[in-house]
Design a binder for this molecule. Sequence first.
Ligand code: NAD
Length: 373
Amino acid sequence: MLHAHAQPNLKLSAKNSTLQITDVTEEAAKLEAYDGHERVWCGRDDERGLTALVGIHNTVLGPALGGTRVWAHESFEAGLTDVLRLSRGMTYKAAIAGVPFGGGKAVIIADPKKDKTPALLEAYAEMLAALEGQYFTGEDVGLTLADADFLRERTTNVTGTTKGGSGNPSPVTAQGVFLGLKAAFAHRRGHDKLDGVKVAVQGLGSVGWSLCEKLHAEGAKLNVADIDKDAAERARVQFGADIAPTTEILFVEADILAPCALGGLFAGDTIPKLNAEIIAGAANNQLARHEDARLLMERGILYAPDYVINAGGLMNVAAELAPGGYDREATMQMVKEIPATLSAIFKKADAENRPTNDVASDIAMARIKARKA
Ligand code: NAD
């Protein structure tokens, strides 16, 4: 079977493909996480083990750009909710970062350690090729640089590769998070010297590890956790980090908490138990709900909005797609502006006694509205 019925905008190039692509926007619209998304595509290939969702949230500022997450969501609905929340976050991230792209993201429902076979990635590459022009992707949790290269060999709309791209964006993301974390610390303490400052890091993957390297180099005292025990042990050896149980890391006593794993962390049941003054980390969608930022504010916790502090990776991949080609220096210059953007948000939030992410989303929405007008 070639592809699904009534898909006027999509063309599968591979002959005899077992992939089916369907528009699941209507199904997505029934979920709480739906936010007027323009389109949600589902690619299924039972033979090759693929269930992929591509969420295209808003393309007012440009074509949708956002990474692909490979994760064993407990259900199709959980994956759909994830892609809706992630793609919406990309719209805000691109608008704040000032890159000419819209919000999109993909989720492949599969265990990245067991199910991510070449056949599955082949099928996903066919889906990406069919979405050409609508969606550009790159790495996210569970999708490595090698995977991005594999996809790029088969379709053009993949960034963050070594195949004519700029490589893995994670170190650039980590640099932006590091600078943003220092800006948050300076906002509260009046200086940004991290010597002896206690930082709790959840997740020691591409971004979390790179962030730990930078924090350790500045003398921060690290407390870390990862579901991968070897990664935590490496951090103990390399950075002298304390290791916390994964169930405890969010609640340990620390000056700064840096979430660098998955989202949905801060909600009514977890916020009262937090023991950090500042939250500044890479994870996308750290808040369970946008409104939960108010609870953080009421507890006196300074929250660096995730899509502002973690925009370095997006800036990097967006630069690959710029008409003049990738310019590393100009990209790093953009990343250096992340702390100033955050400081302005913190000051405005303080002055207006509002949650930081309300201020940030106002800025993003104003930019989108201005373009529409
Ligand atoms: P990654 O897959 O390399 O690392 C994630 C790490 O978190 C893994 O080591 C995993 O074992 C660990 N982990 C998962 N669940 C955990 C838990 N409950 N407790 C402790 N550890 C846990 O991913 P990454 O690229 O480093 O991304 C980390 C986060 O930052 C994600 O939310 C991602 O969406 C976000 N982000 C990444 C980039 C980027 O450039 N890579 C850019 C922006 C945002």
